[in-house]
Design a binder for this molecule. Structure first.
Ligand SMILES: Cc1ncc(C[n+]2csc(CCOP(=O)(O)OP(=O)(O)O)c2C)c(N)n1
Ligand SMILES: [Mg+2]
Length: 371
């Protein structure tokens, strides 16, 4: 289907699991129905062993890091709200690994740990930040919701929803300005702005879509539609739950993608990035996904049904990638288990490092504060 928005569907995979809409539990609702209507994108041509391992490693790093955060939070090592990304890894990994690290720009939300890791911020710097230590990527001033890294082009995590979208727009504007006003032909960086379904009903979203399309800015608006905004079901809060279709109101390119399939996300991101770099403007990419844990670690997660959680747990993006990589004989299960062990050690080292790191000095309280 092609209009000012595009509903991306590749050729069906004959081996795809059968969960056609007729066989679904109707109580699972629109999110599952939409997901089931997406066709399996099959075995992508671009998939190599090296890429498969990169994607697998990055998703496992994200997952294991978050699991360790939960443990540390409940052991009282971090304070304030902590929002984990479990279940959504394919979105961060798929988009960020399709981009050029330290060249392109990224902007996140309060659910930002895994975006930081995907863009290369070392796990020990992220963990230290969560512990409020001076070795943290925001020097202990930000905590879980405010991860920044100039070196890794992470423009920040933001606690207010929608707050990061205009920041990302500014970065995309800057790329184009440098190219066209300062004649810097190397200035072809794109910006990826990540935010949730609940954020698509706030004003900044619409304002930024408008300016981005008006100026044909090199930006990807990446919606992580995990169905829930704290305890509000997206389909109860939004007149048209198909967010990707809102692109058409601005004459923008929009796509809906399987956010549990890292290869589908990577593929869609590659196309959007190439359009953005070539001056063809922005893309609104809606990734259908699900968070496996409560909204934050303070949320007992009692609102979502067991059957819904089960449906999505069966589509764990890491397991889906493993199944594809082993089926294509690009890797063996043993190799993947070795990677998991390496990552577990990396995370343990990060925790040790963070626990032993110094607190920021009170004499430095006003440093790094913009006034
Ligand atoms: C401007 C603003 N209003 C309200 C809130 C309270 N709030 C925190 S998280 C959240 C829900 C956001 O949901 P979504 O965008 O879907 O992101 P998700 O948590 O699912 O990743 C809200 C309303 C806020 N942080 N900022
Ligand atoms: Mg949400």
């Amino acid at each position: 289907m092609e209009s000012s928005g595009v509903h991306q569907q590749s050729s069906p995979n004959p081996d795809a699991e059968d969960f056609s809409p007729q066989t679904l539990d109707p109580d699972l609702g629109i999110h599952v129905e939409r997901y089931a209507n997406l066709q399996d994108s099959g075995n992508q041509q671009f998939l190599t062993r090296e890429l498969g391992l990169t994607l697998f490693r990055d998703m496992v790093l994200g997952r294991r890091f978050e699991d360790k955060c939960a443990e540390m939070y409940y052991r009282g090592k971090m304070f304030g709200f902590v929002h984990l990304y479990n279940g959504q890894e394919a979105v961060s990994t798929g988009v960020i690994k399709a981009s050029r690290l330290k060249h392109d720009w990224y902007c996140s939300t309060y659910r930002d740990h895994v975006h930081a890791l995907s863009c290369g911020v070392p796990a020990k710097e992220v963990m230290s930040e969560l512990f409020g230590k001076s070795t943290g990527c925001s020097k202990g001033r930000g905590g879980s919701m405010h991860l920044f890294s100039r070196e890794h082009h992470l423009l920040g995590g933001y606690a207010f929803i929608g707050e990061g979208i205009p920041i990302a727009l500014g970065a995309a504007f800057s790329s184009r300005y440098h190219k066209e006003v300062f004649n810097d032909s190397a200035s072809n960086a794109i910006t990826a702005a990540f935010f949730g379904d609940g954020t698509c009903n706030v004003g900044q979203f619409f304002e930024c879509l408008n300016m981005a399309q008006l100026w044909k800015l090199p930006i990807l608006f990446v919606v992580e539609n995990n169905k829930w905004a704290i305890g509000m079901d997206h389909n109860r809060a939004t007149s048209d739950p198909e967010i990707w279709r809102k692109a058409a109101a601005f004459g923008m390119h929009g796509e809906e993608v399987d956010g549990m399939d890292v290869l589908a996300v990577y593929d869609a991101a590659q196309r959007a990035i190439s359009r953005a770099r070539n001056g063809e403007g922005p893309t609104l990419l809606e990734c259908l996904t699900y968070r496996f844990r409560g909204h934050s670690l303070a949320d007992p997660d009692e609102l979502r049904s067991h059957s819904e959680k089960e449906f999505w747990a069966d589509r764990d993006p890491i397991k889906l990638l493993e199944a594809k990589l082993t089926e294509l004989q690009l890797v063996t299960s043993n190799e993947l288990r070795t990677i998991e062990k390496e990552i577990d050690s990396e995370i343990l080292e990060a925790v040790e490092f963070a626990l032993n790191a110094p607190e920021p000095l009170s004499t430095e309280l006003t440093e790094f504060v913009w006034a």
